[in-house]
Design a protein around this ligand. Structure first.
Ligand code: AMP
Length: 423
């Protein structure tokens, strides 16, 4: 019996070099936009203590109940692969007492997250997020800035049909009023709700609003909206967010059913939807979490953030731009014989350092097969160094588009002569 090759674990995947073009493009655009808006990059561990997530995300959320990769370390510490970035960034903000120097900080993070979800198209157990978090500012202008920033980034990437779905979840003062009203509405028709919602009624009734089960959705028709119960401060805050977005011409809709899955959200919550793939789909979500820093042991600090689904965004880009640019080389050196290969080796190092993407081949192949390889690598120019060329101290530089050829001298000035010819 032949030995089975070891494969990736279910829900995990390789992202291969030929898939990287969009990953890199998105990352570069994101970093550019973040820099323009004064966000600083932060990198944090992928593993944290389990209780960081259970305390912040919420014991009864899907993530904490079912989806975390949690282990006992060899000394029985309970640790978890991060399912999201917000809690860890809060931990870092508190641990390094960043607030004592300047409570206002704006961070971004790009990296993998881990959730043990049912693997399906577009959902992975290791997936990537582009994350932003702002600490120390309660002003609605920051809520608007984050939504504007997302909109700008997606527009620069060519996404169309963008709409921000926004809602306000209220604060510790007005949310209990809403929860009470909602439970009163549900009253004695509890049996119309799914089992999960029945549990939510006790622990976090707000999350009943985004249940996807049809019977629950139906039973919720006519239910009160969070906005009906907002206190004056929350109502004003939400109003100002909307005003700012309107003035910036950001398309948005107030969506009463948008509550986001996690416990720590307060006030503004949003999702950015695009119709780039035909049907509407969410590419990013975010919200305020004004109580979380204090809940995790830091000083009372307003905070807000978002996460972009990087994998989802790449899929969208692949559909929008089916014609991928083929990776190309500036120069391929066809080197025939030992002396030519030695020359090609040193020359390719010099040219690569000078920013000319140069490849060669040391396998001692024939002229014909090396020319084939140059074509396959999509080389703009080919430099041919054969035995005759070495004897004559010359090499042939061929432009692969125009087929024009020039003779170059194989002396110390060759690298700079090639740069002149190619640029
Ligand atoms: P969340 O942190 O759940 O608000 O998700 C933010 C974004 O991350 C979503 O809009 C998704 O596009 C993406 N996302 C969440 N979970 C997964 C997953 N398992 N696989 C791929 N993308 C995900």
């Amino acid at each position: 019996m032949s030995e089975q090759h070891i494969q990736t674990i279910r829900g995990f995947r390789d992202i291969l070099p030929e898939q990287m073009a969009f990953w890199q493009k998105i990352e570069q655009e994101a970093i550019h936009v973040f820099r323009c808006f004064g966000y600083e990059e932060i990198r944090i561990p992928v593993v944290e203590r389990t209780r960081l997530f259970s305390r912040s995300i919420g014991e009864t959320t899907d993530i904490v109940e079912k989806e975390m990769y949690s282990f006992e370390d060899r000394n029985e510490d309970k640790i978890t692969l991060r399912p999201e970035a917000t809690a860890s960034i809060c931990r870092s903000y508190i641990q390094h007492k960043m607030y004592s120097v300047d409570p206002v900080r704006k961070f971004f993070l790009i990296g993998p997250m881990f959730r043990r979800e049912r693997p399906q198209k577009g959902r992975y157990r290791q997936f990537y997020q582009i994350d932003a978090e702002v600490f120390g500012i309660s002003s609605p202008y920051i809520d608007a800035e984050l939504i504007f920033l997302l909109h700008t980034l997606f527009q620069r990437l060519g996404l169309t049909g963008l709409t921000a779905h926004i809602n306000s979840l209220g604060c510790s003062e007005c949310r209990p009023v809403f929860q009470k009203k909602l439970l009163e509405f549900i009253g004695d028709q509890k049996e119309n709700f799914c089992e999960v919602c029945t549990r939510r009624m006790e622990k976090n009734p707000l999350r009943i609003l985004d249940c996807k089960v049809e019977t629950c959705k139906k039973a919720l028709q006519g239910a009160p909206a969070t906005q009906d119960c907002l206190c004056d401060a929350c109502r004003n805050h939400f109003h100002q967010v909307q005003e700012a977005l309107s003035k910036q011409n950001i398309p948005f809709e107030v969506d009463n059913s948008l509550v986001r899955g996690l416990d720590y959200y307060t006030r503004t919550a949003w999702e950015i939807q695009t119709t780039a793939l035909g049907a509407q789909s969410a590419v990013a979500g975010g919200g305020r979490y004004d109580g979380l820093v204090e809940e995790l042991g830091g000083p009372a600090t307003p905070a807000i953030g978002f996460a972009i689904g990087f994998d989802r965004l790449v899929e969208i880009m692949e559909q929008i731009y089916p014609e991928k640019d083929l990776p190309s080389q500036d120069l391929f050196i066809v080197a025939l014989g030992e002396a030519a290969m030695e020359k090609a080796y040193h020359l390719s190092c010099d040219l690569n350092l000078a920013g000319i993407k140069t490849r060669t081949d040391f396998r001692g192949k024939s002229m014909k097969s090396l020319m084939k390889r140059a074509n396959k690598l999509n080389a703009g120019h080919v430099l041919i160094i054969g035995e005759n060329e070495i004897e004559n101290g010359q090499a042939v530089l061929r432009n692969m588009d125009t087929k024009e050829q020039v003779l170059l001298s194989l002396d110390d000035g060759l690298a700079s002569e090639i740069q002149k010819q190619i640029r």
